[in-house]
Design a protein around this ligand. Structure first.
Ligand code: PGA
Length: 252
């Protein structure tokens, strides 16, 4: 059985005290009412990691970052390395989020390099892909996602795949209130799983966790997560409210 995951992407929200408060309330919730199926991951800003790590005591509650440097260490002012992230107690890092791809011009080659470094540090990688609105409307979304995955991820050794989670996030659905329909999500998740199978075989493909992201909320999570190739979600806005986030986790 492949792992089901609900990961909250806090993006650049909340100061340290607010972040710790939210992490505490989420931890308390899951200590009392353990998540039944899914592993729950909080992906916080770098600054919050070492403060949040010791708070997370609930079963199946993990910590992640939202980015890491493309170099191992050295004179890279302002950067944060994968080793540093790992040393806080975090287990995951999100790479290739569309906001990193578009605002910070991170391309597939750079993301490939970051992924290799993150895995070497012992982090698991949540690798994001997804098309913009025009690409969806012109029917290019399969090609776009294929290229992002083949150039960024699917050239790594097969042994690395157990430490990879793929997140499909249509850019037109991120923070817009629009969601892919459950059928659209299923269609492209299946396409992604078939692509993984082509590169690594059936067993790896069957075990790959593929998350959906983009305006996921308590009211639509259940329907999307019920699709056979959707193994959970990467949650932005709704991850900032304990009630919404925990309700999404319970949607399984
Ligand atoms: P959203 O963001 O849930 O606010 O649409 C999802 C994401 O960017 O991971």
């Amino acid at each position: 059985m492949r792992k089901q995951i609900v990961a909250g992407n806090w993006k650049m929200n909340m100061n340290l005290q607010e972040g710790i408060q939210l992490a505490k309330s989420i931890n308390d919730y899951f200590c009392e009412k353990p998540a039944k199926k899914a592993e729950v991951i909080l992906c916080t800003p770098f600054i919050h990691l070492s403060g949040v790590a010791p708070i997370l005591k609930a079963d199946k509650l993990s910590l992640g970052a939202q980015n890491c440097a493309s170099e191992v260490s050295g004179a890279y002012t302002g950067e944060v390395s994968a080793d540093m992230i790992k040393s806080t107690g975090a287990q995951y890092v999100i790479l290739g989020h569309s906001e990193r791809r578009s605002y910070y011009h991170e391309d597939n080659a750079l993301l490939n390099k970051k992924t290799v470094i993150a895995l070497k540090s012992g982090l698991k990688v949540i690798f994001c892909c997804g098309e913009v609105k025009e690409e969806r409307e012109s029917g290019k979304h399969f090609d776009v996602v294929k290229k992002q995955l083949e150039e960024g991820l699917l050239n790594l050794p097969v042994g690395d795949m157990k430490n990879i989670v793929i997140a499909y996030e249509p850019v037109w659905a991120i923070g817009t209130g629009l969601t892919a329909s459950p059928e659209q999500a299923q269609e492209i998740h299946k396409f992604i799983r078939t692509l993984v199978e082509k590169h690594y075989g059936k067993t790896v493909a069957e075990e790959m966790t593929i998350l959906y992201g983009g305006s996921c909320k308590p009211s639509n999570a259940n329907e999307i997560f019920s699709k056979p190739d959707v193994d959970g979600g990467l949650i932005g806005g709704a991850a900032l409210k304990k009630e919404d986030f925990t309700a999404i986790v319970e949607a399984f």
